[in-house]
Design a protein around this ligand. Structure first.
Ligand SMILES: N[C@@H](CCC(=O)N[C@@H](CS)C(=O)NCC(=O)O)C(=O)O
Length: 200
């Protein structure tokens, strides 16, 4: 199995999740400017959508989209889906919120064409969406006291907030430090070759 990633991109979430699930995989860096992989392939032949993450499953099947990859990984192990009756759907609900309401809102912050007003509005929206989560967090992790793949995704979004000098509402800085201490995060960082921002 191969994870196609770009350092520090949203594929970091999938990278952490694969380590959390103790799955055996190779991590292949993609240059998103040239669309070449570090093993010399045209990435658009692997994922014609032209973005990471892409997970090549062992029989040659390609899975794309963070939500699908994270759910696939979560369901390969017993510990990454919340245990309660509605747990699988609560996980899906949170992944969808992170993907469509938070992840997508970062777009102006990465766009060279976006002006300062668009960037400021994007930051405001993201912080509002994160406050919704922060005000409802009851345990150590986003869905309670169990670490799930939603934490892999949310944590990745928080690294982007800090890279953009956005102040996180409590308890998110403490939460981020807790997630940062996990072996899965340390391994993914080492493989991707970048360092975490400061949390406060
Ligand atoms: N809908 C996709 C979005 C993935 C995405 O936004 N990937 C970014 C990195 S975080 C990317 O590869 N962008 C490169 C590009 O669009 O050229 C998902 O959730 O997996």
């Amino acid at each position: 199995m191969k994870l196609y990633f770009a350092p520090g991109a949203c594929s970091f979430a999938d990278h952490i999740a694969l380590h959390e699930a103790y799955l055996s995989f190779e991590w292949i860096k993609v240059d998103l400017k040239t669309m070449r992989t570090e093993d010399g392939r045209d990435f658009t032949q692997i994922n014609p959508k032209g973005y990471v993450p892409a997970l090549m499953l062992d029989p040659g099947e390609i899975l794309t989209e963070n939500i699908a990859i994270l759910m696939w990984v979560a369901e390969r192990t017993s510990g990454l889906v919340p245990k309660e009756e509605l747990g699988r759907y609560r996980l899906w609900e949170m992944l969808a919120y992170i993907s469509t309401e938070i992840h997508k809102s970062f777009k102006p912050l990465f766009s060279p064409d976006a002006d300062d007003k668009a960037k400021a509005e994007a930051k405001e929206t993201i912080l509002m969406r994160l406050r919704y989560i922060a005000e409802r967090m009851k345990g150590d992790y986003v869905l309670g006291n169990q670490f799930t793949v939603a934490d892999c995704y949310l944590f990745t979004m928080l690294t982007w907030c800090r890279k953009n000098a956005m102040a996180l509402a409590a308890p998110l800085p403490a939460y981020a430090m807790r997630v940062a201490a996990r072996d899965s995060v340390k391994m993914a960082l080492q493989h991707e070759g970048w360092e975490l921002p400061a949390w406060e």
